[in-house]
Ligand binder design. Structure first.
Ligand SMILES: [Zn+2]
Length: 150
């Protein structure tokens, strides 16, 4: 199942300018997949959580509350992820998208095979596109550049 978004056209244009293939590692995400992606960040109190936009902080706390409730009951990670996923589903229903990946307007670009020079070139190229927001996640455990439509 291939969901198409205008952001894919932007990636294609950037690919030509950058001169190398851009590998997309994350497109549209279900609430459950989003919960699964956030789980390790709550476990390690990772800085990725603090990179979320400030208006999303209360939504993060709602999800963290579900995480902590599961932890307090010594639940398995799968059960905790399910708790978190339920909160995210309710947020989606209320138009509170914790991640733009939930609406198919975001992409993660893998940078593992790029030099630091290439990464800065690519980040600069992407930041020059006014239709998108660029989050540099290249210093994290899963190095990538996150982009989403404004
Ligand atoms: Zn992303």
């Amino acid at each position: 199942m291939e969901a198409v978004s205008p952001i894919d056209d932007i990636i294609r244009v950037m690919e030509k300018r950058f001169g190398k293939k851009l590998e997309v590692t994350s497109k549209i995400r279900s609430a459950h997949a989003q919960a699964k992606a956030m789980f390790p960040h709550f476990e390690t109190d990772s800085t990725t959580i603090s990179s979320y936009a400030s208006h999303k902080k209360p939504w993060i706390e709602e999800i963290r509350k579900a995480f902590k409730a599961g932890k307090a009951k010594n639940e398995f990670p799968t059960d905790i992820v399910r708790r978190m996923s339920t909160v995210i589903d309710i947020q989606i229903a209320n138009n509170k998208l914790i991640s733009n990946h939930l609406s198919n307007s975001a992409r993660d670009i893998r940078v593992r095979n790029f030099s630091s020079q290439e990464i800065s070139t690519l980040v600069a190229l992407l930041k020059g596109v006014r239709e998108i927001v660029v989050l540099d996640e290249t210093k994290t455990a899963q190095p990538h550049i996150h982009i989403h439509l404004k």
